[in-house]
Design a protein around this ligand. Structure first.
Ligand code: SF4
Length: 207
């Protein structure tokens, strides 16, 4: 059964799905208590629950956390700095493309992190300064579920994009899902091309 159908079934039963442990308990009632499924359902529910708050935050105040395991480990020339790996967009992995797309639609904060401890450090530093008001996480389901729990305590709305293949190296992500997640609510912050500039492009003689 798909996660969406399981969620619908649990909601129809009136199950409490407000926390990760409540989701786990609810799944065990219908004999579906697999750990990854618990995390997946919890994350998908949080994605929906936080969407309205997330869209209110402009892209420049949203932090994008990208797992370092997506890098081309053998040949990546990125150096490790204060806030994680500093991608030079060498073209050897998908991270450069993700960052380029982020920049195109107004994001300014991307962190290529080796794990949760650096994420915590970044949040500890940036959230009180008002630099980070929302987050996008790309990770495995269990890390996303942990992040969703912690960020909800900090009142930081999270939108999560799961890895298709998890692990320590050679992980895989659905780039279209990442782009769709990055795009959530950005249209209101990205200025459309004005009529005048469009006309000017169509007809160079217009001054
Ligand atoms: S695109 Fe960035 S992260 Fe990927 S291998 Fe190149 S420098 Fe490293």
């Amino acid at each position: 059964m798909s996660p969406e159908r399981i969620i619908a079934k649990l909601l129809a039963l009136g199950a409490d799905l407000s926390t990760r442990s409540a989701v786990r308990a609810a799944l065990s009632l219908i004999s579906e208590d697999e750990e990854e499924l618990t995390d997946q359902i919890y994350v998908e529910l949080k994605n929906k629950a936080y969407k309205d708050d997330f869209v209110k935050i402009p892209p420049e105040k949203r932090a994008v956390f990208i797992p370092q395991c997506l890098r081309n480990i053998r040949s990546c020339p990125a150096e490790f700095g204060k806030y994680g790996f500093e991608c030079v967009k060498c073209g050897l992995c998908v991270i450069g493309d993700i960052i380029e797309y982020c920049e195109k639609i107004g994001y300014k904060q991307f962190y290529i992190v080796p794990g949760g401890s650096l994420v915590k450090k970044i949040l500890k530093e940036m959230v009180p300064k008002g630099e980070i008001k929302a987050a996008i996480g790309i990770a495995c389901w269990s890390e996303l579920a942990e992040a969703a729990e912690k960020l909800s305590m900090l009142k930081i709305p999270l939108q999560a994009a799961p890895l298709l293949r998890a692990g320590c190296i050679n992980t895989l992500v659905d780039i279209e899902r990442v782009k769709a997640t990055l795009e959530i609510g950005t249209e209101r912050y990205n200025k459309p091309i004005t009529c005048k500039s469009m006309e000017t492009r169509k007809n160079p003689s217009v001054s």
